[in-house]
Design a protein around this ligand. Structure first.
Ligand code: MN
Length: 724
C-alpha cells in the first residue's frame, strides 16, 4: 500500500498526523525552555504545574501502590487507601492515569507530566473527521492546527497541566463528530458510537450532562421541526437518553447494548416511538433531570438555604470573599483566549455563522460556542469550549478565499499565509507563557522526607493551597485542600496558624480528632442524614457544644486556660509551614479573624512584607510608602509614624542553623521589624501576628518545646510535630 494524498483516507490520516505532531511540538516549548532547571524537577522528571493535578495523582498513586500496607482498612473501605483520606481512587482521571502507568514503560512522574500533552492533542482527530464529512479536509487541518494551540486551550492543557481539561474538549468534540456523522450518514453504527461517547464523556467528567442535554435538545428540536417522519432521529434520541440516565455507567452500557441490538435487528421499527417514550421515562425516573433541577433550584430559590434549628448559626468567612469579584472580563482577554487575537476572534465568529449557514449540521456545535461565551460572565475557564468551533469558522473562510484564487499555487500559498497569520499570536503566547511548577524541588524534598517519617493516618496541618501536594508527596491526611476549603473548615486552621502556640496546639489536636470523628459519624448515619436532609455541625460548632458553651467566643477563650480537656490522641499531627505562606498570611488571618456568632469581622492585624528594599545611608525604603529611619528607628507608614518595638535579624550559619539577633528598641510599641537576611525579606508586623504560631515557628524557630518538636527545618519549609 502506498501513501497517496489523492486517496481521501490517506489524506485524512496524514492531516491528523501533521496536526497532532504540531500540537505536541508546541507543548514541548515549555519543556525545552526549562530543561535542566533543577528547582522544577523531582525524581528526574519535571513536576506538574497545576495544584489540582496532585489530587488525581494521589488517586492514581493509591490505585497503583495503595495496597502495600493498609492495616487501617475498615468495613466501609477497601484496602487501597485510608478511610477518610479523600483519595479520589474512583475518579476517571486517577483510573486512566493508573492504567497508563501500568502499561507504559515510563515513570509515574513522567506519565502525569506528559499526559496532557498527548491527550489534549487528540482534539485534532474529531476536528479533521468533522471536516471530512463536510468534504473540506483543508478546513479541518487549519482548524486543528489553530484549535490545538489556541491560547486558553494551551494554558489548560500544556505540559504539566495535569487536570481533567486534557480530555474535556476532546470528548465533546468526539461526541459532536459522531452526532454529525450519525445525522449525515443515518448509519446504525453511529448510534452506538454516540452512546459510547456519552458514556466515556460522563465517566471522565460527571458535569458533562450539561453539554449532552444541550446536544439532545437541539436534535430533538430539529427532528420535531424539520424531520418528524425520520425514524433514525428517534433512534438516536432514544439511545442518547439511555446513555444519559443517572445510574451507574455499567448499567447504562448494558441498556445501550440492548437498545442497539433491538434497533439493528429492525424488528422493532414499529415500536420506535414506544421505546423512545420508555427512554424518556427511564431517564426521568433515574433522576436524569435532577442535576438540572438542582441548578435551577439553587438559582431560583436562592434564600431557601436550610439552617439547623438547634445549631449555633455560626457565620463563616467564605473563600469567594478573597477572590476578586468574578465580574465581567475585558472583551480583549475573552477574544484572545478563544482565538489568540481580537481580529481573528471576530472574523472566526463571522466564519462560523457562514459555515453554519452553508452546512446546517454545524449548528449542532452551538452548545459549545454558548458554553465558551459563558466565560464572558461566568469565568475564564469556560473559554476553551468555544476554541475548536471558532477555529472551524476562520478555517472555513481561509479555504473559501483560497477557492477564488486563480491558480493552484496561489490557492496553497494563500492558505499557508493565512494559517500562519492566525497561528502566530498563539505561538507568541506559548513562547511567553512560562508558568512555574506548583512546588519547588526544595519543598518537595521536605515532603518526601516527611513521607518516610509520618504514617499514612497522620495529619499534616497547613493552609489549603498546599493540601493536595502534601497528600501526594507525603501520603498523609490533611484538614483542608484545593477542594475542601469553605469557611467552616478553614476557620480552625486559620486560627491555629495565626494564634499563639499553646492555643494553636490545642486547636490542632481538637480539629484533627473532631474531623475524624465527624467522618465516622457521617459514614455511620449516611442514610439518615440523606433521608432527613440533616445539616451536620461544623467541627468548631461541635467543639463548642461539647465543651458546654453556647457561644464560640467563650469556647475559644477557654482554650487559653490550662484546664482544657483535650480529646484522646489517635494519631500524630505535623505542622507544615512553608516560607511562601508569609505572603498570604494576611489572607489566612481573614478566616479566623471574625466573631463567628455575629459574623462581624475583627480589626485586621497589621503586616507588610517587602522583598525588595532600598537602603540608603539614613533610611530603609521597604516600598509602598513604608520607610524606616535608621537613626531614630521610627517607621513611617504612609502618613503615620511609629517607633519599632524590636528589630530582629535572622541568618543561617554555615551549619544551616538559624541565628537571630534581637534588638529591643521601644517596649511600648506594637510594631516589630524582622529582617530575614538570607531571603532578602523584610517583615513589618504587629504583636498579634508576631506571636502567631506561623511567625514564631517558621520565621523565628521560637518553638515551645513542651508542645512542638522540630522534625524537618529547612529555609523553604519547616515541619514540626505536635507533642500533645
Ligand atoms: Mn492515603
Amino acid at each position: 500500500m502506498r501513501l497517496s494524498l489523492q486517496n481521501e483516507t490517506h489524506k485524512t490520516l496524514f492531516y491528523i498526523l501533521i496536526a497532532f505532531s504540531f500540537s505536541v511540538a508546541m507543548r514541548l516549548i515549555w519543556v525545552a525552555h526549562f530543561s535542566g532547571y533543577e528547582p522544577f524537577y523531582f525524581n528526574g522528571q519535571f513536576m506538574i504545574n497545576t495544584n489540582d493535578g496532585y489530587y488525581w495523582a494521589e488517586g492514581a498513586r493509591d490505585l497503583l501502590f495503595g495496597t502495600a500496607t493498609n492495616p487501617n482498612a475498615t468495613e466501609y473501605f477497601d484496602k487501597l487507601h485510608q478511610p477518610f483520606d479523600l483519595s479520589p481512587v474512583d475518579t476517571a482521571a486517577a483510573q486512566l492515569t493508573a492504567f497508563f502507568a501500568k502499561i507504559l514503560p515510563f515513570s509515574f512522574e513522567s506519565i502525569i507530566f506528559y499526559m496532557p500533552v498527548f491527550l489534549s492533542s487528540l482534539v485534532v482527530i474529531p476536528i479533521v473527521l468533522i471536516a471530512k464529512t463536510l468534504k473540506n479536509l483543508e478546513m479541518g487541518l487549519i482548524a486543528a492546527l489553530l484549535a490545538s494551540i489556541a491560547w486558553s486551550y494551551y494554558n489548560r492543557t500544556m505540559a504539566g497541566y495535569y487536570d481533567t481539561d486534557m480530555l474535556n474538549i476532546v470528548l465533546p468534540m468526539f461526541l459532536l463528530w459522531s452526532l454529525i456523522w450519525a445525522l449525515q450518514t443515518q448509519k446504525d453504527i453511529y448510534l452506538f458510537i454516540t452512546a459510547v461517547d456519552i458514556l466515556i464523556y460522563r465517566w471522565w467528567y460527571p458535569q458533562s450532562y450539561a453539554l449532552e442535554s444541550s446536544f439532545f435538545g437541539l436534535i430533538l428540536l430539529y427532528t420535531l421541526i424539520f424531520d418528524r417522519k425520520n425514524l433514525f432521529s428517534y433512534k438516536l434520541l432514544t439511545i442518547m437518553m439511555f446513555a444519559m440516565m443517572n445510574i451507574d455507567g455499567v448499567y447504562r452500557f448494558g441498556a445501550v447494548v440492548v437498545v442497539y441490538a433491538v434497533f439493528v435487528s429492525k424488528k422493532a421499527e414499529k415500536y420506535i416511538f414506544y421505546i423512545f417514550a420508555l427512554s424518556v421515562v427511564a431517564y426521568f425516573f433515574s433522576g436524569g433531570f435532577n442535576p438540572i433541577f438542582g441548578k435551577l433550584k439553587a438559582y431560583v430559590f436562592k434564600d431557601s438555604v436550610k439552617t439547623m434549628e438547634e445549631g449555633l448559626k455560626l457565620h463563616f468567612f467564605t473563600v469567594m470573599q478573597t477572590v476578586r469579584e468574578a465580574g465581567k472580563i475585558p472583551f480583549e482577554t475573552f477574544a484572545n483566549r478563544i482565538s489568540g487575537n481580537t481580529i481573528t476572534f471576530i472574523v472566526s465568529l463571522g466564519g462560523y455563522l457562514y459555515l453554519a449557514y452553508k452546512h446546517r449540521v454545524m449548528l449542532l456545535a452551538l452548545p459549545m460556542v454558548g458554553l465558551g461565551f459563558l466565560a464572558y460572565v461566568g469565568g475564564l475557564r469556560f473559554t476553551i469550549y468555544a476554541v475548536p468551533i471558532l477555529a472551524f469558522g476562520i478555517a472555513y473562510l481561509i479555504v473559501e478565499i483560497a477557492r477564488i484564487m486563480p491558480t493552484q499555487k496561489l490557492k496553497v500559498l494563500s492558505m499557508v499565509a493565512f494559517a500562519l497569520m492566525i497561528l502566530y499570536p498563539n505561538y507568541k503566547h506559548i513562547e511567553a507563557y512560562k508558568v512555574p511548577t506548583v512546588f519547588s524541588a526544595d519543598e518537595v524534598k521536605v515532603l518526601d522526607g516527611l513521607h518516610h517519617i509520618a504514617s499514612r493516618e497522620d495529619y499534616v496541618v497547613s493552609w489549603w493551597d498546599y493540601g493536595y501536594p502534601i497528600r501526594y508527596y507525603a501520603d498523609v491526611k490533611t484538614l483542608i485542600d484545593g477542594g475542601k476549603h469553605n469557611g467552616s473548615v478553614n476557620f480552625p486552621v486559620s486560627f491555629l496558624l495565626t494564634h499563639p502556640q499553646d492555643v494553636a496546639a490545642k486547636m490542632a489536636r481538637l480539629d484533627v480528632e473532631y474531623t475524624e470523628k465527624s467522618f465516622v459519624f457521617k459514614e455511620k448515619y449516611k442514610q439518615e442524614i440523606k433521608d432527613k436532609n440533616i445539616t451536620l455541625f461544623s467541627t468548631i460548632e461541635q467543639m463548642t457544644k461539647d465543651a458546654g458553651f453556647d457561644d464560640t467566643n467563650d469556647f475559644l477563650l477557654s482554650l487559653e486556660s490550662g484546664d482544657m480537656v483535650l480529646p484522646q490522641k489517635t494519631r500524630d499531627i505535623y505542622l507544615y509551614l512553608p516560607y511562601r505562606m508569609l505572603d498570604i498570611l494576611p489572607t489566612v488571618v481573614l478566616f479566623s479573624n471574625l466573631d463567628l456568632m455575629s459574623g462581624k469581622q475583627g480589626k485586621q492585624p497589621f503586616m507588610f512584607v517587602s522583598h525588595r528594599a532600598k537602603e540608603s545611608k539614613s533610611s530603609l525604603d521597604l516600598g509602598r510608602g513604608v520607610v524606616l529611619d535608621k537613626k531614630t528607628m521610627v517607621l513611617h507608614i504612609g502618613e503615620s509614624k511609629v517607633k519599632i518595638k524590636r528589630l530582629i535579624t535572622t541568618a543561617y550559619n554555615k551549619k544551616m542553623e538559624l541565628e537571630k539577633k534581637i534588638q529591643v528598641i521601644d517596649p511600648k510599641s506594637n510594631i516589630s521589624l524582622i529582617y530575614m537576611s538570607n531571603y532578602n525579606t523584610f517583615v513589618v508586623l504587629d504583636e498579634t501576628l508576631y506571636n502567631s504560631t506561623y511567625i514564631q515557628l517558621m520565621i523565628l524557630e521560637n518553638y515551645d518545646a513542651k508542645l512542638y518538636e522540630p522534625v524537618i527545618l529547612t529555609p523553604r519549609v519547616k515541619v514540626y510535630k505536635l507533642k500533645i
